[in-house]
Design a protein around this ligand. Structure first.
Ligand code: FE2
Length: 359
């Protein structure tokens, strides 16, 4: 863009020179051509940026329109309200995605996991209770950068059966607070701008995760609502930001949603269990059986962002392809007039109170 502006300014200079050399028809012709070409390139560049840049897209998409009853709506806001999710293609640049991927490579290279902390990650309820709920490693990870692994990658003694860098399922839950790259992305001006366009007044970041969805073994994430795990009073105050760091396809495990499923509350909660019980968390209620035909896939290209309403039902399939599906995701709560459940597994701590998104 800068080079185009410089080109345009150069053309203007040439154009002026052309006017000065009015007695020379060839100079004038050249100058007019340069001016026209420069302007054309500038406009062309603006159009491309408008379509290709997430930030501009968002600004355009969320343009407010006042109606008679004082409510503000936009077509994309309406889409989000109706579906419970919203796809914003090309929100982040390829360079921003690569910076996150490079950073996670460094973190994984330096990873040291004590054997007693090698907690396998699962989304199946019984296994969650057994593998996560019984583990202090998971329960106290809200203000730390910790590692969770795919199923079947560890033997009974906790030794890796495959290279550890190919075994990691996710890293959570405070990259947004303690890692400079992920902190910058989370609090980037384009994310903050989107928050304002969404009408968030006091958004705070409650957690973040880097999800690997490893080729061949990246596990399924069963149908769920995020508010099952991140409960607020009232509901409807939690929002997920899901950033594709490489193309997410049906083959490598893109997200699937039930459009409009965010309007009937939640059916299940994961709460901290009373002390003295065998697990640290337990489920209240149950997830209903969903018909596969209710779900629609949302493939998205690298750099795309999917906004996820806290109550919308979504899932992802096992990655049986040879391509990974890396994602950085974080959750935001509108803190104004909202209470965070003390029964949630995740709690703010003196070391890390939930930070404001707008810092
Ligand atoms: Fe989710």
């Amino acid at each position: 863009m800068q080079s185009v502006i410089l080109w345009y300014l150069l053309c203007c200079v040439l154009r002026s020179a052309g006017y000065i050399a009015q007695n020379n028809p060839q100079s004038r012709k050249t100058a007019v051509y340069c001016h026209a070409y420069g302007l054309k390139q500038l406009l062309k560049s603006s159009r491309v940026r408008k379509v290709g840049s997430g930030e501009d897209d968002v600004l355009n998409c969320w343009k407010k329109k006042k109606t008679g009853n004082e409510k503000y709506t936009t077509s994309r806001m309406t889409e989000f309200r109706e579906d419970g999710f919203l796809v914003l293609e090309h929100f982040f640049t390829a360079e921003e995605c690569d910076s996150m991927r490079n950073q996670i490579q460094k973190i994984v290279a330096e990873m040291e996991v004590p054997p007693h902390c090698r907690t396998e990650f699962s989304t199946k309820e019984d296994e969650q209770l057994q593998a996560q709920g019984s583990s202090d490693y998971f329960l106290t990870s809200g203000d730390k950068i910790r590692f969770f692994f795919e199923k079947g990658v560890l033997d009974e003694k906790g030794n890796f059966l495959i290279p550890k860098k190919k075994s990691v399922s996710k890293i959570g839950h405070a990259l947004h607070a303690y890692d400079p790259v992920f902190k910058q992305i989370t609090h980037s001006s384009k994310v903050q701008e989107l928050g304002r366009k969404l009408g968030l007044e006091r958004p705070v970041v409650v957690q973040s995760m880097y999800i690997f969805k490893q080729p061949g073994i990246g596990g399924e994430v069963t149908p769920h609502q995020d508010a099952t795990f991140l409960h607020t009073e009232p509901l409807g105050r939690v929002l997920g930001f899901w950033i594709a760091l490489e193309d997410a396809t049906q083959e490598n495990g893109c997200l699937w949603f039930i459009p409009g499923s965010h309007t009937s509350g939640i059916t299940r909660r994961m709460v901290r269990a009373p002390s003295g019980t065998s697990t640290c968390v337990e489920f209240v209620g149950s997830e209903p059986g969903y018909d596969d035909s209710q779900f629609i896939p949302l493939p998205i290209s690298k750099g795309g962002l999917i906004l996820i309403h806290g109550e919308v039902v979504h899932k992802s399939e096992l990655n049986s392809s040879e391509s990974s599906r890396h994602v950085f995701t974080f959750h935001v709560m509108e803190a104004k007039d909202t209470s965070w459940s003390k029964e949630n597994w995740l709690q703010p701590t003196p070391e890390l109170p939930f930070p404001s998104l707008y810092t």
